[in-house]
Design a protein around this ligand. Structure first.
Ligand code: ADE
Length: 223
């Protein structure tokens, strides 16, 4: 899968894609992430990318031309399944959207800034809009990093243990059960006996039970 990220502050995205699981996914050739500096497509000598808003009011608006130039430049190379705009008024990102996007071949993520992008781009070029939560960030970059991370780890072959993404919280609509590692007794803090029993059926049952309990208590809205 290939993800092209368009950003006015590409430096913000230098690190998140270059460590751990996402780095491994790229090294293995399963995921390709490219960040594009919107300024390279800016207008005029000053490579302008934003302008005052019509009708007045505080805050600049990202212009059509640089964004369209950048998207057209990418589209000349390959076909894209989605052109996604990161914005606080988008549809809230969740696991099912991550699953859905992980099945795509090429997507573009456009990071918003200032007051946002010219509405005509949203109407004519953007295919979907994602918010990562009900709060306002300084720009879409951190949102894009969240989306790339959530998608990247779902791609087949990225996680070492292929089943582990399937047992993540939310994958079956429930939160994940508690987990423990050695030692079995840490100064009197004990691991539940069932997990030491070696009885796979009982362990599976216990985990399902704990998943349900935890979801009921913490996220009753998921039921
Ligand atoms: N840009 C600013 N706030 C955002 C949010 N909550 N999600 C995605 N992009 C954003």
């Amino acid at each position: 899968m290939r993800i092209d990220v368009i950003s006015a502050i590409p430096k913000l995205l230098e690190s998140p894609f270059n460590h751990s699981i996402l780095q491994r996914a790229q090294d293995k050739g399963i995921l390709q992430v490219e960040v594009h500096d919107l300024r390279d497509f800016g207008v005029g000598k000053s490579r302008q990318i934003d302008d005052y808003q019509y009708g007045g009011g505080a805050g600049m608006v990202m212009m059509i031309e640089p964004i369209l130039r950048c998207i057209d430049h990418l589209k000349a190379e390959r076909k894209y399944d989605e052109v996604i705009f990161l914005t606080p008024d988008g549809i809230t990102f969740d696991q099912s959207k991550a699953n859905y996007l992980s099945l795509k071949k090429n997507i573009i993520l456009l990071c918003g800034h200032y007051k946002g992008i010219d509405e005509r781009l949203r109407k004519n070029v953007i295919t979907s809009e994602i918010s990562i939560g009900d709060y306002v960030l300084s720009g879409g970059e951190l949102g894009a990093a969240v989306v790339v991370d959530a998608i990247g780890r779902l791609l087949p072959g990225v996680l070492n243990d292929e089943t582990s993404a399937l047992t993540d919280s939310f994958q079956d609509g429930l939160l994940a059960p508690p987990v423990y590692t050695r030692p079995a007794d840490f100064n009197g803090w004990k691991v539940p006996d069932v997990l030491l029993s070696g009885n796979d059926r009982n362990i599976e049952e216990w985990r399902s039970q704990k998943s349900l309990e935890r979801t009921k208590k913490r996220r009753p809205d998921l039921f």
